[in-house]
Design a protein around this ligand. Structure first.
Ligand code: DGJ
Length: 747
C-alpha cells in the first residue's frame, strides 16, 4: 500500500545503507547523505543533517549554492553536465525547472517523527512526482531501497504538450564526498574483458561512454570511487552501475565549486527519442552502493542477486559446450560420441553451439535462417537431443537472434529488416560488416515475432533446456530502414528485453546464457532475464583468473560461465596444465570446451576428478562470500569463498609470474570467524600444481596419490593476523587451499 509523504527531509534506510533526501526546496530531491546506515538520528538531527550539508558559495558564483539535485539542472546554478537535456522545435523548452508535487512511499511502514521529517525504513519505493508547468513536462523519479542495502533509481519523463519534445539525455547522479578522490572501474576488449583501471578524480568530467549497442567489452561495470588506496579489504567506497545493455554513459564529475557527483544515463543517439503528447521515456536503473572494501561491496551485490525470485536455484550443471571442440564441423556421429564421453565423466548439460542451421558452414552465411540444416543434420537435431537426454544430460542450443547474414534467405526476403542509417538497403549503403554480419531490426514487431516463433518452436518441438544467446557485433549506423534510417539503438535495446521476457514466459524453465563474443553483454538488466553469462571468449586460465576476480564486483560465481579448454589456448596460444585449467574453471559455473573424445583415459580421469570436485563444492562456491586477499608478493593472488556461516572456505593460491623474490611472506585469510579454530590444508585434485614446494604446515606430502594431508589447525584470528607460510609454485599454477571449522574431538 502506498502512503503519501509530506516531509521535507526523508531518511530512507535499508540494510546497511541510508539515503537522506532533502526535499525542502520542493524541487528535485537532493541527497544530503548516503552511506553507512544512520541508526541513531532523531527528527531534529536529520533535519539539521540536511541543513549542515549545504555548502558555502565561493566568489563569483551563484549567490546561493544549491546542493546538487538527483537530476542536476541549469536552473539550480549547476554548471556541470545537465541531468535533463532536450528541447522543442525552435529551441524552446531546453531549460527545465521541476517543481515537486507529490511523494509517495510503498514499502515497509513509514514513520513521521517530526513535522517535516519522514523515516522510511526497510525495503520499499519512493516515488517523487515533479512538473514543469512552463515547459509542459512531468517527471516521475523512482527511488527503490533494496533490502540488503542497495539503492536504485530511475526517472520517467512525460511530454504534456502537443508539440513534440526531443530528448537528448536524462540521467541521475549521486553526490560524492571530496575525500573520494580515486576511481576504479574496468575496461577491456574482445578476449580481454574486465581489465581494472584506477585513476584520480580530477576537476572536470571523467566520462565513460558505451556506443556499442550492447553493454560492451569495455563497460565500466561498477564504478567505484573512494579515498586513494581503497582495497578488497578496506576503504570506504561508493559504487554506481548503469544497468543497461545498450548505449550508456557513466561519469564522475568534480566542479571548481567543490561539488562532486557520479551518475549514469542511457546514451541516446540524435533524434532517437522524440516524445509526442503524453508520451514517456524511462531511464535505465542507476544503482548506488556503499561499502567498506571491495569485497564487502561484491558480497552485498551477491546477496541481492541471490535473493531475487528468478535467481537460478538448482545446482549449476557441469556444462560441455562443443564450440572449441568442433567449431563449425558438425557431424552427428562425432557429436553423439562427445556426448557419450561427457556423460561418463559427469557432465550434466550439453550445448550445441554455432553451425546447426541453414547454410551455416562458417561464419559468413546463415544467420537469421533458424531452421535445422538437413545437409549436416539429415535426421534433424532430434536424434542428438534425444541421445543427450537419454544420457541424463540437459540439451542447450546456440542462437544469435538479433543478427542476420547478408548471405541468408532472411536477408534476401526482407532487406528492410536489416538495420541501416542511410535509408537504403543497397549493400554499399548498409553499415560496415562485422564478422560478416548485419543487425536485424528487432524493434519491428514482425521481426520480433519471426525470431520469437522460430526460437520457441525449436525449444518446444526439440525439448531444449537451455539457450546460448549470442551477439557478435557492435551496432554501427543502427537505424530503422522502415523509417528512413532513423537511429534505433534505444528501441533495439528495449525490444531485446521484450523478446527475452516473452520467450521466457512462453518457455517456463528454459535457461538462457548471455553471450556477446564473450563478455560483451554483462550488466544488471540483462541478468534480470538470463541465468548465466559467458565471461569471455578467452578461456586461457591466466587471463580468466583476472577477469573472474574483477567480475565478482558485478555477479556471483554461479552466474559466470567458466570452462576447461584445451591445453593450448585458442585465443592466446599459451599452454597450461589441466591442473591450472581445472583450478581456474572451478570459480564459476564450471564447464568444458574441449574435444574430450580425443583424450586418453588418464586425462579423462583427471578431468572427471575436477568435475567431481566442482560438484562436491558448488554449494559452497555458489552461496558463500567472496574473499580476495592481497599478498606481499604482487605475482601471487589469493582468491576464495567462505560459507555464510564461516564453517568452510576454499581458496585458490595463484602464481601469476616469477617475482624477483622467492615466495616470501605469509598468506593471511579474511572472512573467517576469529573466535573459531580451523583446519587448513592444501587440496590436490589430479596432477599436483607444477613446482609445488610444501611448507611444514601441510603436515605431509600432498603430492602423493590421493593427496590427503592433515594440514594444521589454527585460530581464525591467527589465520587472519599471522597467516601461514606461502607454498612455492611455478608460474601459472594454482594451489587449492581448504579451511574448515575444526572442533577438537572431531578429526
Ligand atoms: C562467440 C561466442 O563467444 C563463442 O563462444 C561462440 O559461441 C561463437 N560466438 C559462435 O559463433
Amino acid at each position: 500500500m502506498s502512503v503519501n509523504v509530506e516531509a521535507s527531509v526523508i531518511h530512507l534506510q535499508a540494510g546497511c545503507l541510508s539515503v537522506v533526501l532533502d526535499c525542502s526546496l520542493k524541487e528535485i530531491p537532493r541527497i544530503a547523505y548516503w552511506g553507512q546506515a544512520l541508526r541513531h538520528e532523531s527528527a531534529q538531527t536529520l533535519r539539521d543533517l540536511a541543513l549542515a550539508s549545504q555548502m558555502v558559495a565561493e566568489g563569483n558564483s551563484p549567490d546561493y549554492l544549491k546542493p546538487v539535485g538527483m537530476i542536476p539542472l541549469e536552473s539550480d546554478g549547476w554548471m556541470g553536465r545537465p541531468g535533463l537535456s532536450g528541447s522543442r522545435t525552435k529551441g524552446l523548452g531546453w531549460a527545465p525547472r521541476l517543481a515537486l508535487v507529490g511523494l509517495s512511499w510503498t514499502g515497509a511502514p513509514a514513520t513521521f517523527p517530526g513535522e517535516s521529517v519522514g523515516v522510511l525504513s526497510g525495503p520499499g519505493t519512493l516515488e517523487v512526482s515533479l512538473v514543469d508547468k512552463t515547459n509542459k513536462l512531468s517527471l516521475l523519479l523512482v527511488i527503490e531501497m533494496i533490502d540488503v542495502g542497495i539503492v536504485r533509481c530511475c526517472a520517467r519523463i512525460t511530454n504534456d504538450a502537443h508539440s513534440s519534445y526531443l530528448l537528448d539525455e536524462l540521467g541521475l547522479v549521486f553526490p560524492l564526498p571530496l575525500e573520494a578522490n580515486q576511481i576504479l572501474d574496468t575496461t577491456g576488449r574482445w578476449g580481454k574483458e574486465r581489465h581494472p583501471q584506477r585513476r584520480p578524480v580530477t576537476l572536470g568530467t571523467d566520462l565513460r561512454e558505451s556506443r556499442h549497442g550492447r553493454t560492451g567489452f569495455d563497460a565500466p561495470g561498477v564504478t567505484f570511487v573512494g579515498a586513494e588506496g581503497f582495497s578488497f579489504a578496506s576503504g570506504e567506497v561508493w559504487g554506481l552501475h548503469t544497468a543497461y545493455s545498450g548505449n550508456h554513459r557513466t561519469w564522475v564529475e568534480k566542479l571548481p565549486t567543490g561539488q562532486q557527483v557520479f551518475g549514469g544515463s542511457e546514451l541516446l543517439l540524435p533524434g532517437e527519442v522524440e516524445l509526442g503528447y503524453q508520451e514517456s521515456y524511462t531511464t535505465p536503473w542507476i544503482y548506488g552502493l556503499h561499502s567498506y572494501g571491495l569485497d564487502c561491496a561484491a558480497n552485498l551485490v551477491h546477496s541481492w542477486l541471490r535473493s531475487r525470485p528468478g535467481h537460478p536455484k538448482t545446482p549449476r550443471p557441469v556444462t560441455l559446450n562443443v564450440w572449441e571442440a568442433v567449431y563449425f564441423r558438425h557431424d552427428q556421429e562425432e557429436l553423439c560420441q562427445l556426448a557419450d564421453v561427457a556423460a561418463k565423466i559427469g557432465v550434466e548439460r550439453y550445448v550445441l553451439d554455432d553451425g546447426w542451421f541453414l547454410n551455416r558452414r562458417n561464419d559468413q552465411a546463415g544467420l537469421g535462417d533458424w531452421y535445422v540444416d538437413s545437409e549436416v543434420w539429415p535426421g534433424g537435431l532430434q536424434p542428438l537431443v534425444d541421445h543427450v537426454h537419454d544420457l541424463g544430460m540437459q540439451f542447450g542450443l546456440w542462437f544469435e537472434p538479433e543478427m542476420v547474414s547478408p548471405d541468408s534467405n532472411l536477408a534476401r526476403e526482407h532487406p528492410e529488416w536489416i538495420m541501416g542509417a542511410q535509408g537504403s538497403t543497397d549493400a554499399d549503403q548498409l553499415p560496415p560488416l562485422w564478422r560478416h554480419q548485419q543487425v536485424l531490426n528487432i524493434s519491428l514487431p514482425e521481426v520480433r515475432d519471426y525470431i520469437e516463433n522460430r526460437v520457441v518452436s525449436l525449444v518446444q518441438t526439440l525439448g531444449i533446456d537451455y539457450l546460448k544467446w549470442d551477439h557478435n557485433r557492435d551496432l554501427i549506423e543502427a537505424g530503422d530502414l522502415t523509417a528512413q534510417g532513423r537511429a534505433a539503438v534505444h528501441a533495439q535495446t528495449k525490444a531485446l528485453y521484450q523478446l527475452l521476457d516473452s520467450i521466457r514466459q512462453r518457455c517456463p524453465g528454459l535457461e538462457i546464457e548471455s553471450c556477446a563474443s564473450g563478455g560483451g553483454r554483462i550488466d544488471w538488466e540483462i541478468i534480470e532475464r538470463t541465468d548465466r553469462v559467458w565471461v569471455s571468449d578467452c578461456i586461457d586460465p591466466v587471463e580468466r583468473q583476472e577477469m573472474v576476480g574483477q567480475l565478482v564486483q558485478l555477479l556471483p560465481l554461479e552466474l559466470m560461465g567458466t570452462h576447461v579448454a584445451s591445453p593450448v589456448s585458442h585465443t592466446t596460444g599459451r599452454t597450461s596444465t589441466l591442473s591450472a585449467r581445472g583450478a581456474t574453471a572451478l570459480w564459476g559455473h564450471f564447464g568444458i570446451e574441449w574435444n574430450i573424445a580425443t583424450l586418453d583415459q588418464p586425462q579423462l580421469d583427471e578431468l572427471a576428478a575436477w568435475i567431481a570436485f566442482y560438484r562436491e563444492n558448488r554449494a559452497l562456491l555458489h552461496s558463500g562470500k567472496v574473499v580476495r586477499c592481497e599478498t606481499p608478493d604482487p605475482s601471487l593472488w589469493l582468491f576464495g569463498v567462505v560459507s555464510e556461516d564461516c564453517q568452510r572456505g576454499l581458496f585458490a593460491l595463484i602464481c601469476r609470474d616469477r617475482a624477483p623474490l622467492a615466495p616470501i611472506g605469509r598468506l593471511r585469510f579474511r572472512g573467517l570467524n576469529q573466535g573459531w579454530e580451523y583446519r587448513i590444508r592444501p587440496r590436490v585434485v589430479g596432477e599436483p600444481p607444477g613446482g609445488l614446494t610444501q611448507p611444514p604446515w601441510f603436515g605431509g606430502d600432498a603430492t602423493e596419490p590421493g593427496g590427503e594431508v592433515p594440514g594444521t589447525v589454527l585460530g581464525g584470528e591467527a589465520l587472519e593476523l599471522s597467516g601461514v607460510a606461502t607454498p612455492r609454485l611455478n608460474p601459472e599454477q594454482v594451489l587449492l587451499i581448504e579451511i574448515e571449522h575444526h572442533q577438537f574431538g572431531r578429526s
